[in-house]
Design a protein around this ligand. Structure first.
Ligand SMILES: Cc1cc2nc3c(=O)[nH]c(=O)nc-3n(C[C@H](O)[C@H](O)[C@H](O)COP(=O)(O)OP(=O)(O)OC[C@H]3O[C@@H](n4cnc5c(N)ncnc54)[C@H](O)[C@@H]3O)c2cc1C
Length: 472
């Protein structure tokens, strides 16, 4: 009897260091590399994220063809398409990477009730159940989670599974639909070769300055690997393994510290994945109950101004326009605009979370929700309610020459750098010299920061008081 295995590809679009693929290859006479197009996914994903995904699948198909195989595409929902295909193939066993969102867990549960589904590790380095407090409860604070995480030895490149030099052939006469057409995503070529290049280049160079430069909006000091990790064009194990090798090789303690800071960011990714796994309700509301009743403003015009990068705060507008144009935003920018939406405009963080998911090339429910709840002060490890970023100070600190602003807000590019942070404060004589008029050439600020700060402190206080009185 021939044995057919299905490698069900979800967010592991690579041949290298792929544990699900490795399991699917073992003992198989035939193997089907399968991707299922979910109708909901096509409708709801950010256009750039979808283009990135489809491009990555096309690239994987090319790589499979060099191994005399190819990608098989079927139409979802997976709950019906996959058991049907497994049955069509005579009870084929299915192998996939375990994923941790409530949606993925529910789907996989339903499939495992109808077919032989094996889930392998690989989306994160440490399974959410593997990093728990001594009493078996999940961590809800990052630092102890991280400390426990580092107790496990870091992988080395030798732990990564090499790219297979052959794969079991496809069964005969297997139907596949065409991949929908996609456009290249500027700045993020969606091939695994590009992912490798980005990782190697980062580890050879920028990681050595990561801690010092990662917050600067005007520098490309971060790895820009987020879409590649999101869709698994490189494995998290490989990213950690390459970094741990570089840490072993360097003689400089300082460089080791810079690299360790980058690993800490990967641990944030693991932390928020674990939070979503243990507390799936974070997708529906605040993690902290005392902030269930924040009197958010219903302010569609302010929300639209924020979305379009027309708030009158140059650093906020620059970041929001970077997001619209590229599908990506710097982490410091994400914190600034999230703080502005929730604490200056007092608009519910969930509106921001949704806008990010509708636009980010790296949009990931766990990291995005974690980032939004952190900034809004409603999440685990949250920034305290009284930490309200001053957008001008953030701008001056993290874009000191206002070069980032000049790039994304061209209507301010000709003003002297010191006035680009708060153009409304420019002396009249200077403004005339540059023929610049606030409200005509660039919007006046939609809210006064000092006023907004007081309003937010009062709103958060009222939420806590209401929760306290509800509990009496
Ligand atoms: C409001 C908000 C929303 C966010 N939404 C997302 C999202 O949808 N998808 C996403 O991948 N990241 C998200 N982040 C985290 C972070 O901003 C991005 O991962 C980072 O900017 C990506 O750029 P990079 O690859 O150059 O990061 P680097 O600084 O090079 O970090 C390396 C990798 O670590 C991970 N990482 C870094 N910081 C975080 C973090 N705070 N939380 C979780 N993982 C992290 C990412 O996989 C990233 O690629 C969000 C942060 C905030 C504040």
């Amino acid at each position: 009897m021939t044995r057919t295995h299905i490698w069900w590809i979800r967010r592991d679009i690579r041949l290298h260091d792929n544990q699900a693929l490795d399991s699917a290859i073992q003992g198989a006479d035939h193997m089907v590399p399968l991707f299922i197009i979910e109708p909901d996914l096509m409708d709801s994903a950010a256009p750039k994220r979808l283009d990135f995904l489809l491009g990555a699948l096309a690239d994987l198909d090319k790589q499979l063809k060099t191994l005399d195989s190819r990608l098989i595409i079927r139409q979802g929902p997976a709950q019906t398409a996959l058991p049907a295909l497994a049955a069509e193939l005579g009870g084929a066993a299915i192998f996939a990477h375990e994923d941790f969102s409530p949606y993925a867990r529910q789907r996989d549960q339903e499939i495992s009730e109808q077919a032989d589904l094996t889930l392998t590790p690989g989306v994160v380095l440490q399974h959410p159940e593997a990093n728990l407090k001594a009493d078996g409860d999940p961590y809800i604070v990052y630092t102890p989670f991280k400390n426990k995480w580092y107790e496990q030895p870091l992988p080395t490149p030798a732990d990564c599974i090499p790219t297979p030099d052959s794969v079991p052939p496809l069964p005969a006469d297997l139907e596949s639909i065409d991949l929908p057409a996609s456009k290249p995503v500027k700045g993020f070529p969606s091939t695994s070769a590009a992912a490798q290049q980005q990782l190697q280049g980062f580890i050879a160079e920028k990681i050595h300055r990561y801690r010092s430069q990662r917050n600067q909006l005007d520098l490309e000091g971060t790895s820009r690997l987020s879409p590649y990790l999101r869709f698994g064009l490189i494995s998290i194990r490989e990213a950690v393994a390459q970094t741990s090798m570089a840490m072993l090789k360097t003689k400089s303690n300082e460089a080791r510290g810079e690299m360790r800071t980058w690993l800490d960011e990967l641990v944030w990714r693991e932390f928020y994945t674990a939070i979503l796994y243990h507390f799936p309700n974070v997708l529906n509301g605040p993690f902290r109950e005392d902030y269930e009743h924040i009197p958010w403003r219903d302010a569609p015009d302010d929300l639209a101004a924020w979305q379009q990068g027309l708030t009158g705060y140059p650093v906020v507008d620059a970041c929001m326009r970077q997001l619209s144009a590229t599908g990506w935003m710097h982490n410091r920018g994400r914190m600034i605009v999230a703080s502005f939406l929730t604490k200056d405009l007092l608009i519910n963080w969930q509106a921001g979370e949704a806008w990010f998911m509708a636009n980010l090339v790296d949009g990931d429910p766990a990291a995005n929700n974690g980032g939004w709840q952190w900034t809004a002060g409603t999440g685990t490890d949250a920034a305290p309610y009284f930490r309200i970023f001053n957008p001008i100070i953030q701008s001056q600190k993290f874009d000191p020459d206002a070069a980032f602003i000049a790039r994304w807000v061209p209507e301010l590019a000709d003003l002297p750098a010191q006035h680009r942070h708060q153009p409304w404060d420019m002396p009249e004589t200077e403004a005339q010299k540059y023929n610049f008029k606030i409200g005509r050439d660039y919007p006046a600020p939609i809210v006064d920061h000092s006023f907004a700060r007081e309003r937010t402190l009062a709103a958060y206080k009222s939420a806590r008081e209401r929760t306290a009185s509800d509990g009496e």
